[in-house]
Design a protein around this ligand. Structure first.
Ligand SMILES: [Zn+2]
Length: 110
């Protein structure tokens, strides 16, 4: 079972208390963007076999949103961090690089 630490209230919680909210760090496109960009924002999602950054909600706890970095193959969790951050904290990126040499972070949205 997947266990994550909510960075908002500090509680270690299993997935039955959480709600998966999809991919983290989506680049949003709104009015004035091209149809291709807007369609991509609405429908295109990463589905990696490996490192993934996800948005979660502590639904049966504090109710707040947060992000988690984990491996979809091994379920190893590299860390969780507040949803208000634009990219993963450096210590999480370093932890991933230590375990997955050659891994690189993609361009992030602003
Ligand atoms: Zn919480």
């Amino acid at each position: 079972m997947l266990t994550l630490k909510c960075p908002c209230c500090g509680v270690m919680t299993d997935e039955t208390e959480l709600h998966a909210e999809g991919e983290a760090h989506l680049k949003r496109f709104g009015p004035g963007s091209s149809d291709e960009d807007f369609t991509g924002y609405l429908f295109q999602r990463e589905n990696p076999k490996g490192i993934h950054f996800e948005r979660w909600r502590h639904a049966y706890g504090c109710g707040k949103y947060f992000h988690a970095a984990r491996c979809t193959v091994t379920l190893e969790v590299f860390g969780t961090y507040p949803a208000q951050t634009l990219e993963p904290p450096q210590e999480i990126k370093d932890a991933i690089s230590a375990k997955r040499p050659g891994w690189s972070w993609r361009e992030m949205s602003n």
